[in-house]
Design a protein around this ligand. Sequence first.
Ligand code: S3P
Length: 169
Amino acid sequence: MKDNIILIGFMGAGKTSIGEHYANQLKKVLLDTDHLIETAAGMPVSQIFETRGEAAFRAAETGVLKRLLEDTDDAVISVGGGLPLREENRMILSQLGTVVFLRVTRETVLERLKGDTTRPLLQGDDPDKKIDELLAHRNPIYEAVAHRIVDVDDKTPAEIVAELEKRQR
Ligand code: S3P
């Protein structure tokens, strides 16, 4: 297994801000699958969903993961909330490094994502219900692929990183 640290979790769990903190602390590079896909496509995720469809976005996620497996070691990698759902992706994740599940409650997700316009999956009539459905479906999948789980509600990125570091030793 490689030496990367991979952050997975639901939208709004704080994967990017915790990733930034963690990468700074460990003096590692931070990579983010959504950003890598956006850069390659030259447009934001929401526009990829709109113009090319979700299936194209999911294919791009698998493509990025395969490339990371080939050429990346010793980085902190934050991945989109839906990426661990594909079995093929989970196989790659487990070879890519230590998978850390940033677990968040529905209350925190609702609070953080209220009014969000950047997540295409939450733009329907009843985003709260959608969040409940997605959380119920995804949390067992995140738990199954994770090497480590940390509850992130009400904690700052610094506290979460300190907790992960303490448990490492
Ligand atoms: C998605 C999460 C998003 C992004 C896309 C789909 C998902 O990333 O990949 O909107 O299916 O949960 P974040 O988890 O960083 O918000």
